[in-house]
Design a protein around this ligand. Structure first.
Ligand SMILES: Nc1ncnc2c1ncn2[C@@H]1O[C@H](COP(=O)(O)OP(=O)(O)OP(=O)(O)O)[C@@H](O)[C@H]1O
Ligand SMILES: [Mg+2]
Length: 373
């Protein structure tokens, strides 16, 4: 089932939450919605499900306008952000509820409930009541309850936010295989980029009640269109630059930094946008920035700049360093024992920098390489 939201607007007490939002989700797609807290993600899901009525615009499912249909008529499974389990029903009965409403009974009902309880590894708790469960267990019950009716569309609102890292990975793998097995069109809200990249066929980023960019994960993470999207997907290095020389394949750009007497220049792969704009935002992924004590290489494809380490952090995934290059800072993923205040060579390849303008201004070779990443 495909879902099309067309020019959806919604305000609460005069405050616009969704602002002419357009979104098309393909049949069978696993679609991830990313966006800041309060950005309208839950409202978007709720409008799709018919639980919230939009002020204007339409919702279509498989080409049919369902704006006037009740939630029950839309064949949608919903995993709510706050679980919304029935407090007076056991885990088993919570999951069985949707089947009973559809008059599925006996062995068929029991078999389905037990199958989905085990899919989300909660079968041992089936006789407990919601108040006897942990937050993560409640989330898994909510997941089983949405899946058991084998919906045509599955909407999930941060369904794994209170799971520990190991359970999250397990449930995430299960979710992906269940989704592929039953081919259900899925819309999934998360703040977690790893989850978005692992689960999403495409990801859309919401900002100010609109979809700011909609893309496959690799496109979104490597070619964000705007600074908002770039920052949201965790790209920390965004350099404001001005082109000062352009040849056939590369450009020399100057890092705009008012306080500096001799602005730093770097060489980057040429993009059409360099000929159109005076100021460009360039993003460079931290893992593409190398810091070295000594650098004797003379690889013409590399930029080499002097810098000084100002901070080291360990975030569990690895060590990051913040390095000052003449008043501008860059984040770099490092593996060596470099220390704070050390002078280093900051090295990155000419093609490590991408302008923040999405794929419209992409160089053809970059696109081919990006698809392989
Ligand atoms: N029923 C309501 N009445 C009034 N305001 C509401 C209502 N529901 C949502 N809002 C407001 O709409 C805005 C968007 O809320 P929404 O729940 O859609 O955000 P969200 O992107 O899901 O955020 P989060 O990531 O924190 O869950 C918020 O400012 C919220 O306060
Ligand atoms: Mg929400």
């Amino acid at each position: 089932m495909s879902i099309v939201l067309k020019e959806i607007s919604k305000s609460y007490d005069g405050r616009t939450v969704l602002n002419n939002l357009n979104l098309e989700i393909n049949q069978g797609e696993y679609h991830v919605l990313l966006g800041p807290s309060g950005g309208g993600k839950t409202t978007t899901l709720s409008v799709m499900a018919g639980l919230t009525e939009q002020d204007s615009g339409s919702v279509s499912i498989s080409g049919r306008n369902v704006s006037n249909l009740s939630p029950g008529e839309r064949k949608i499974g919903f995993v709510f952000q706050d679980h919304a389990l029935f407090p007076h029903l056991t885990v088993f009965d919570n999951v069985a509820y949707g089947l009973r409403v559809r008059r599925i009974k006996g062995h068929e009902m029991t078999g389905k409930v037990e199958y989905y309880l085990s899919k989300v590894s909660i079968e041992k708790e089936k006789d407990k009541f919601p108040h006897q469960l942990s937050g993560g267990q409640k989330q898994r019950v909510a997941l089983a309850r949405a899946l058991v009716i084998e919906p045509e569309i599955l909407l999930m609102d941060e369904p794994m936010s209170s799971l520990d890292a190991i359970t999250k990975e397990k449930v995430r793998d299960e979710l992906k295989s269940i989704q592929q097995e039953i081919g259900v069109t899925t819309v999934y809200v998360t703040h977690d980029q790893d989850e978005a990249a692992f689960l999403g066929d495409r990801v859309s980023v919401l900002n100010n009640g609109r979809v700011e960019q909609i893309e496959s994960p690799s496109e979104l993470f490597y070619h964000p269109k705007t600074e908002f999207v770039a920052r949201f997907v965790g790209i920390k290095n965004i350099l404001k630059v001005s082109p000062v020389g352009i040849n056939n394949h590369e450009a020399t750009v100057q890092i705009n930094n008012d306080g500096i007497e001799h602005p730093i220049r770097i060489r980057v792969k040429k993009y059409p946008i360099f000929e159109k704009r005076k100021t460009i935002d360039l993003c460079i992924h931290p893992e593409k920035v190398m810091l070295k004590r000594e650098d004797q290489t003379s690889d013409s494809n590399m930029n080499r700049i002097r810098g000084k380490i100002v901070k080291r952090t360990n975030n569990g995934n690895g060590v990051m360093a913040i390095v000052d290059i003449g008043g501008t800072t860059l984040h770099a993923a490092i593996s060596s024992d470099l220390k704070v205040h050390e002078n280093v060579w900051v090295c990155f390849a000419l093609d490590a920098a991408h302008p923040l303008c999405g794929k419209k201004c992409r160089a053809a070779e970059t696109k081919r390489r990006c698809l392989k990443e």
